[in-house]
Design a protein around this ligand. Structure first.
Ligand code: FES
Length: 611
């Protein structure tokens, strides 16, 4: 017998050199093939099916004969956690047996975090009842659980499902617990995946991530437009709508639930999973979105002294709330801090491990409601600013979400403008990152002066730029591209004014927080820019338009949707969830409007930096 053999995995061709007799799932791990092993390789769940394409493996075990039917065995299908390679073998691993994570900036943030979710799942082989063993079904199951589950409370639904699940599964079952609550019991062979959803409810955009709670991998994500925008682009208009219509709050609450349900469903559909497979949902959002999602009165958020109904973390059952996931799933809303500093900021600070940084760090969450957090090394200061929806493409003449055809990058080489669109599709509009670039290019090319005014004539401008200038006064514009419908997609004078308001609000918040902490911008170790579209924005453009005071570019880090990443962390790790609650308690809210220098600072920060 050879001392080592080679196991090759298809379709990727990954290889492992292992001793004869190695279990295929161990060889897969060595080869870097991430297999889904829900029952931990105990041969109970039957989910790790592979096909032996070539070579010799051990005969089927008793467990395999139970899990696989004759036809599967004849087709050389085997359980990777049971079959052993005896010589060189080639093994095909189907998509259904793999963990396929989605690579994103959010997955970089959560990489390396110890998996410790609130949801636990155990695959059990129970002894069957007899006249000598008349324990109840529940007691039989509880006795078989490993770990400390004293005081385990079964949900009524789990209790009702228990007797048939035990018998249909030949007493091989999958039990799912949320905290100390038994919420689901299913025959081992038919149990679905164990998933969680992390949701970021933005004023304009709602994002949902589906996470495999067995591996901590992000399996899919989806983004939707928040339908509440029909009642106004910002949180103040939503609150006014709730106040001025008898059923206003109920309508906004229903719309929030509906869009969260739809966004989760769309992300589940990508991976072929069911709403019932989701056992926990973590939620971040600004305080107004948090209130509307929970159906809480938002009125007092908008009236001095701007008090939330509740800022502490909230746990409740999905079924009570009306979320379309497993009815006993826990919904955990991360804590808020103040009327306008919400759980989204807590998510950003958690994802950035902000208080674990030795040196001062500033985090900016760019959204319709902008939020800024500053860790001085001793104090954690937070503030909000009404940035408006410009950076999310709303109230911008050709603004659109980051979808195929959106202009996402604009470049000026000193003579000519070039641009790219998402998926290289024909141009349809401009998304947030394109807007930052277009504004930076307009300043760089001298088309727009520091006061935000388009130059009235094209004297001295490069020919490519001069040819793109159109219109007069408030209609003045620079054409970026011709759209697929023949329209001229442009950055307009009105857009520039919207951008000034947005960037001025953010920049003023940054300056005032630095003053409050007694820090200068030079003392910052880094500035982190987060936001749902933040994954693509060019930090140089943010610097060029003066989103924050000038500092070396290498100190600027773009981190994607850090609020969403914070929700994911709270989903996969109870320690991170506790950390989120800790930073929320530690944060000091600074009310910028009360500062005498606010108006003056805002007026100054609305100006663009000179050339
Ligand atoms: S992991 Fe192989 S049967 Fe469950």
């Amino acid at each position: 017998m050879p001392r080592t053999i080679r196991v090759t995995f298809l379709p990727g061709g990954e290889k492992a050199t292992v001793p004869p007799g190695t279990i295929l799932s161990d060889a897969a791990q060595q080869a870097g093939v991430r297999m889904s092993l829900p029952c931990g390789g105990r041969g109970i769940c039957g989910k790790c099916v592979v096909t032996i394409r070539q070579g010799e493996v051990s005969p089927p075990t008793e467990l395999e004969s139970e899990q696989l039917d004759d036809q599967q065995l004849q087709q050389h299908q085997r359980l990777a956690c049971q079959a052993r390679a005896l010589g060189d073998v080639v093994v095909a691993v189907p998509v259904s047996s793999r963990v396929i994570g989605v690579k994103s900036l959010e997955s970089d943030i959560i990489a390396g975090v110890q998996l410790e979710p609130n949801v636990t799942r155990q695959w059990l082989v129970l002894t069957e009842p007899s006249l000598d063993d008349q324990r109840s079904d529940l007691q039989r199951l509880v006795d078989a659980l490993s770990g400390d589950f004293t005081g385990l409370q079964p949900s009524p639904q789990a209790l009702r499902a228990l007797p048939s699940a035990l018998r249909a599964g030949n007493f091989r079952v999958c039990a799912t617990m949320v905290g100390r609550r038994l919420v689901d019991v299913a025959p081992a062979a038919t149990a679905g995946p164990c998933l969680g959803a992390a949701v970021d409810i933005g004023t304009t955009t709602v994002v949902a991530y589906i996470v495999d709670l067995d591996s901590g991998e992000i399996l899919g994500s989806s983004a939707s437009h928040n339908p509440q925008t029909r009642h106004g682009a910002d949180v103040i208009s939503r609150i006014e709508f709730a106040n001025s219509h008898e059923e206003g709050l109920a309508a906004l609450h229903q719309e929030a639930l509906q869009v969260v349900n739809e966004t989760i469903a769309a992300a589940l559909q990508q991976i072929g999973a069911e709403p019932r497979d989701v056992f926990e949902v973590t939620v971040v959002g600004n305080t107004c979105m948090h209130h509307l999602f929970l159906g809480l009165e938002p009125r007092y958020l908008a009236e001095a002294p701007y008090v939330p109904v509740a800022s502490a973390p909230v746990n409740l059952q999905a079924g009570e709330l009306g979320l379309d996931v497993h009815p006993c799933a826990n919904v955990f809303c991360l804590p808020c801090i103040a009327g306008f500093v919400g759980a989204d900021t807590v998510g950003v600070m958690t994802a950035q491990k902000i208080t674990r940084q030795a040196r001062p760090v500033l985090a900016i969450d760019i959204g319709t409601n902008g939020e800024v957090a500053l860790w001085s090394g001793e104090r954690l200061l937070v503030a909000s600013c009404a940035a408006g929806p410009a950076f999310e493409g709303a109230q911008i003449e050709f603004g659109m979400v980051a979808a195929p055809g959106a202009i996402d990058h604009v470049h000026f080489d000193g003579a000519q403008i070039t641009l790219t669109t998402i998926d290289d599709a024909p141009p349809r509009g401009i998304c947030g990152s394109g807007l930052f670039d277009a504004m930076a290019v307009a300043l760089q090319a001298g088309i727009v002066d520091p006061s935000g005014r388009f130059v009235p004539n094209a004297d001295g401008l490069p020919p490519d730029i001069a040819a793109r200038l159109q219109g007069e006064g408030n209609d003045r514009r620079i054409v970026l591209a011709e759209g697929d419908d023949g329209r001229h997609i442009a950055l307009t004078q009105r857009d520039v004014r919207q951008i000034q308001l947005a960037k001025g609000a953010v920049s003023a918040a940054v300056q005032l927080l630095l003053e409050e902490a007694g820090l200068t911008v030079e003392q910052l170790d880094k500035i982190v820019i987060a936001g749902a579209f933040g994954s693509y924005i060019n930090p140089a453009s943010a610097l060029r338009i003066g989103l924050f005071p000038s500092l070396p570019l290498e100190k600027v880090q773009v981190v994607g949707n850090a609020a969403g990443a914070g929700a994911i962390l709270a989903l996969i790790s109870m320690a991170e969830r506790e950390y989120a609650c800790h930073v929320a308690r530690l944060a000091e809210h600074v009310e910028l409007m009360r500062k005498p220098q606010f108006q003056m600072t805002f007026m100054e920060t609305m100006l663009f930096p000179g050339r």
